[in-house]
Design a protein around this ligand. Structure first.
Ligand SMILES: [Zn+2]
Length: 400
């Protein structure tokens, strides 16, 4: 069955821009720009956007980086630590893990880590018919099964989100499974390069297991890094560009905007693009926001590709607001993204795994439910899963 647009056709944009990328299937125009908050998404040449080196974005990123490093004393360690890091402990709590759960028993009670269904029943993976299934693998890592494909978002199976496994933010809830226990994965989408979203050990493990059978969808500027990891089947895309998994033309992966930034080393500020992903299949549509501040891009994405059957939206790492708000939404803004992209359901991500910000570790779902109530939405409209837990969504309605 061929994919047919429900609304907001992929071809509705301006004519294709100049071909700048390797391996892409088609370019669509109307690229947006990382702006200075809500209301600022406007065209900017791709080459310039990918190498923002002297502009405001870099200044903001540098200020935030310095503030974060200073606030946690990470600078003394001489390594880049994403979002300042915390989590000096590991499973069982840590010395600077906000509102630390001192005991492993409390964590097991509040944030249980379940074995995903596919560890016991691998034969069920991918068998979702016209419906879809989502499994939360911790932080921003989700496994989505829809339209005869299985894909992962920002997979991280390592203990630390850091250039080294010797130091840096350590997860206080372990991954619910190993790379070896995963079913066959068709595609991985990467939203940006921060260590809690792009993990070298996870990338190389996935590549070792699946090799060139696995298609990597990555932001503009990341192709070389992926190839240095040994990955061969990599597609890098600019905002609004699309591609697909070979042999599965009916499902379109579109790299869409978000408001964030990129950094892994002292000199690579924003040399790689950041963004969200819209996956458009014949039966289902999935949206992954990546890390983001709240901005007008989500309304544009909703108008163009909505409604989505499921969106994965971050609800954690948002305090203090005065500097987090430009890069990480809070639960209320997460609900606004859910509304803006026209998601029928959303799953909460980016919480309960790494201590990256100042809020109490159990606050995000509480605040999410308060926000849902304020917007007249139900808990099941924007649900929270346990680590390793799956949710099945039945066939969407209203699709011809
Ligand atoms: Zn980030």
């Amino acid at each position: 069955m061929r994919w047919r647009p429900r609304r907001g056709s992929l071809s509705a944009g301006p004519p294709p821009a100049a071909i700048l990328l390797r391996g892409r299937r088609a370019a669509r125009g109307a690229a947006g720009r990382h702006g200075e908050g809500p209301g600022a998404v406007e065209p900017l040449p791709a080459a310039r956007r990918a190498t923002l080196s002297g502009g405001r974005a870099r200044c903001e990123a540098a200020v935030v980086q310095r503030l974060l490093l200073e606030s946690r004393g990470a600078a003394a360690e001489g390594v880049e630590r994403h979002h300042g890091g915390g989590g000096g402990g590991g499973e069982g709590g840590g010395r600077d893990f906000p509102g630390a759960a001192a005991a492993r028993e409390e964590l097991d009670k509040e944030l249980p880590v379940l074995k995903p269904y596919f560890v016991q029943k691998p034969e069920l993976a991918g068998k979702t018919g016209t419906g879809m299934r989502v499994t939360w693998l911790g932080h921003a890592s989700v496994m989505v099964e829809m339209d005869e494909l299985i894909f992962l978002t920002d997979p991280i199976f390592s203990q630390r989100a850091s250039p080294t496994q010797l130091m840096g933010p350590k997860r206080f809830r372990g991954p619910p499974c190993t790379v070896e226990q995963l079913p066959k994965i068709d595609a991985v989408m990467i939203s940006h390069t921060h260590y809690d979203h792009l993990d070298y050990n996870t990338v190389t493990s996935l590549n070792e297991r699946f090799g060139s059978e696995l298609r990597w969808f990555v932001p503009l500027g990341l192709l070389d890094w992926m190839q240095r990891c040994g990955c061969e089947n990599v597609i890098e895309l600019d905002w609004w560009e699309e591609n697909c998994v070979p042999g599965h033309d009916a499902v379109t992966f579109v790299f869409t905007p978000s408001q964030h930034w990129c950094k892994r080393t002292a000199t690579d500020d924003n040399k790689v693009l950041w963004g969200s992903w819209s996956v458009l299949g014949p039966w289902n549509r999935f949206f992954f926001s990546g890390d983001t501040g709240y901005c007008v891009a989500f309304e544009q994405i909703g108008k163009r590709f909505g409604p989505f059957d499921l969106a994965a939206i971050p609800i954690g790492a948002y305090e203090p607001r005065w500097f987090m708000k430009y890069q990480h939404v809070d639960p209320e803004e997460a609900v606004r993204i859910h509304i803006d992209v026209q998601a029928k359901k959303s799953v909460a991500i980016h919480w309960g795994t790494f201590a990256l910000a100042n809020e109490y570790y159990l606050d995000p779902p509480v605040k999410l439910n308060e926000a849902l109530e304020r917007y007249g939405l139900k808990k099941e409209d924007f649900f929270v899963l346990n680590h390793g837990e799956s949710r099945e969504l039945s066939t969407n309605d209203g699709f011809e």
